[in-house]
Design a protein around this ligand. Structure first.
Ligand SMILES: NC(=O)c1ccc[n+]([C@@H]2O[C@H](COP(=O)([O-])OP(=O)(O)OC[C@H]3O[C@@H](n4cnc5c(N)ncnc54)[C@H](OP(=O)(O)O)[C@@H]3O)[C@@H](O)[C@H]2O)c1
Length: 246
């Protein structure tokens, strides 16, 4: 397939962090990429500039993934810019780290609206619009080891999207659309680094078999494979992209 015939890729939350790494990687793979963001337009435009200066195609589109109308517009703008959508990476997410006693309902709603409802709404729209043979990758998190205090609703939102992943894979299999999830471990982004001392970051790094925290590119390489034709026989899987961190 020549690069001009590759389908459009939407990466939610790709103005920063892991999503930006995924957008850069998919663009390097030849896909035209929609760089979605919530509010940080300048960061999203910087990712687009990086991609275009390196020979790729990209456009920034603001959309709140927890809003149905925004999701419809996101797909419409993606199709208008580059043609039918073939890859959706549901990466947008936020973390609120607080003990249960301090966790407000507003905190809970914010986490669930973006991390869980956002993925549900994107899956629903993708089920209606994705080309046959398309690829969906949901970004979960590594929460298989000892429970981490403060991450109750965040961990719950991620475990829930893994179940959405498995059911969507079964529903969309007849159209040869694959649906998988990746579990990053601690990764050097605003979300992970915020409020953590160097000592605490090192504590997390030592828990990975490979002895360091991840970089966005580490996760992007795994998503790149799952989005590729080579991953046509991989669906309904939950895959660690975490250097051996549980
Ligand atoms: N970093 C880690 O250690 C780690 C570990 C495991 C899993 N993850 C998961 O990886 C994903 C990316 O995390 P990250 O660390 O890269 O986070 P990040 O650096 O905080 O970036 C979050 C991205 O999501 C966007 N976003 C937030 N709410 C949104 C909404 N309602 N609609 C659309 N976009 C929204 C942000 O847009 P703006 O820039 O416009 O605000 C930004 O692009 C998340 O799902 C996270 O849970 C991260």
């Amino acid at each position: 397939m020549s690069p001009t015939t590759l389908p459009t890729a939407i990466v939610t939350g790709s103005s920063r962090g892991i999503g930006a790494g995924i957008a850069r990687q998919l663009a390097a793979d030849g896909y035209p990429v929609v760089v979605n963001y919530a509010g940080r337009r300048a960061e999203a435009e910087a990712v687009v500039t990086y991609i275009t200066e390196n020979g790729g195609r990209a456009v920034a589109v603001q959309a709140n993934v927890s809003q149905t109308a925004d999701i419809a517009r996101l797909f419409e703008e993606a199709e208008a810019a580059f043609g039918p959508v073939g890859i959706v990476v549901n990466n947008a997410g936020l973390a609120v780290r607080k003990a249960f006693a301090e966790f407000t309902e507003e905190d809970y709603d914010a986490v669930m609206e973006t991390n869980l409802k956002g993925v549900f709404l994107m899956l629903r729209e993708a089920a209606r619009r994705l080309v046959n043979g398309g690829r969906i990758v949901n970004v979960s998190a590594s929460f298989q080891g000892a429970p981490i205090p403060g991450y109750g609703p965040y961990a719950a939102s991620k475990m829930a999207i893994e179940k959405l992943t498995e059911v969507a894979a079964v529903e969309l299999g007849s159209r040869e659309i694959t649906v998988n999830a990746v579990r990053p471990g601690p990764t050097r982004t605003d979300l992970f680094m915020h409020g953590k001392s160097d000592e605490l970051v090192q504590h997390f790094a030592k828990q990975a078999a490979l002895g360091r925290i991840g970089e966005p590119e580490d996760v992007a390489h795994v998503v790149s494979f799952l989005a590729s034709p080579k991953a046509a026989w991989v669906t309904g899987q939950i895959i660690g992209a975490n250097g051996g961190y549980w």
